[in-house]
Design a protein around this ligand. Structure first.
Ligand code: THU
Length: 159
């Protein structure tokens, strides 16, 4: 028997001012994108902003539906749009923010498992890590690659 450990490291910032200018800009875009969320059923407004390798920024927000499973998270809305519109430009960084009752959530919003799996696929397709910035009003977390929010990624149909 051999006991193993997986270590995950990330950076916590106390304010957007501590981010680099381009990350701060992306975080602002994610917050702004919460305003385009259509979430009449949950009241939870999520925004995502993706910076591509060429600097292009694509945003998305959660889009709900009265047939609940037909809706889609902000992250996947943004990633699918980015991949559909710019299939040959890898994704560099995704920023995510959420608001409720009109105010940015205090804690960073962490992406659901399905969105993490989709991020993993685009990271592998793009050939380099995708960084993830989770924006809360009181703290911001930055992960340098999808592996850090989705350990033991399912990425092979057989080795
Ligand atoms: N949601 C996202 O947009 N991203 C996530 O990673 C988790 C959840 C949305 C889906 C739904 O519209 C609302 O938040 C409540 O689950």
């Amino acid at each position: 028997m051999d006991r193993k450990e997986i270590n995950i490291s990330y950076t916590e910032y106390g304010s957007l001012d501590e981010l680099s200018a381009e990350d701060r800009e992306l975080a602002h875009e994610a917050v702004e994108a919460t305003g385009n969320s259509y979430a009449p059923y949950s009241g939870f407004n999520v925004g995502a902003a993706i910076r591509l390798d060429d600097g292009t920024v694509v945003t998305g927000s959660n889009q709900e539906n009265i047939a609940y499973p037909s809706g889609l998270c902000a992250e996947r809305t943004a990633m699918f749009y980015a991949a559909a519109r710019y299939p040959d430009i890898p994704m560099d960084t995704i920023a995510i923010a959420a608001s409720s009752g009109g105010a940015l959530c205090r804690e960073p919003a962490t992406p659901c498992g399905a969105c993490r799996q989709v991020m993993a696929e685009y990271q592998s397709r793009g050939g380099h890590p995708i960084a993830i910035i989770l924006v809360g009003a009181e703290k911001i977390w930055k992960f340098s690659r999808v592996d850090d929010i989705l350990p033991l990624i399912f990425d092979s149909l057989g080795k």
